[in-house]
Write a protein of this length. Structure first.
Length: 134
């Protein structure tokens, strides 16, 4: 009986991390007679936001971006940092219901336009302390 309780407790403890799982999709694309294989990793929250892994995503309440090739981009100790996992301050956020803004313009890295995005998509108050770029 204790073993079943232990296993059940372990499974419940792992539930928050299931939301950070990612799906890797490989596509073969033929353009102008040339064939290329592209691999994209789509975060598990992508489906809830109708996101297929081909654009930048801005989480306005957390001043954080998701970039398909670099992962999460966020302000940390006075500099932009990248990580394949969500920043620690977002670890308990329900990513399926977090506010997102999909950014179509992929000509420049999103953090270079953070002031514009902060003004265009103002943050709403959240329950965690979020490092804010200056």
């Amino acid at each position: 009986m204790k073993f079943k309780l232990l296993i059940g407790g372990f499974m419940l403890a792992c539930l928050p991390f299931l939301g950070s799982a990612q799906e890797t999709v490989t596509k073969t694309v033929t353009k102008n007679g040339k064939t290329k294989t592209k691999t994209r990793t789509t975060p598990s929250w992508g489906t809830a936001h109708h996101y297929n892994g081909d654009k930048y995503v801005y989480f306005p309440d957390y001043y954080t971006y998701y970039e398909p090739d670099r992962g999460y981009v966020y302000w940390n100790n006075g500099t932009w940092t990248t990580s394949s996992t969500v920043p620690s301050y977002m670890s308990k956020v329900d990513m399926n219901s977090a506010r997102v803004q999909i950014i179509d313009d992929m000509t420049v890295r999103p953090e270079t336009r953070y002031k514009t995005y902060m003004e265009t998509y103002p943050a709403q108050k959240v329950e965690v302390t979020v490092p804010m770029p200056r």
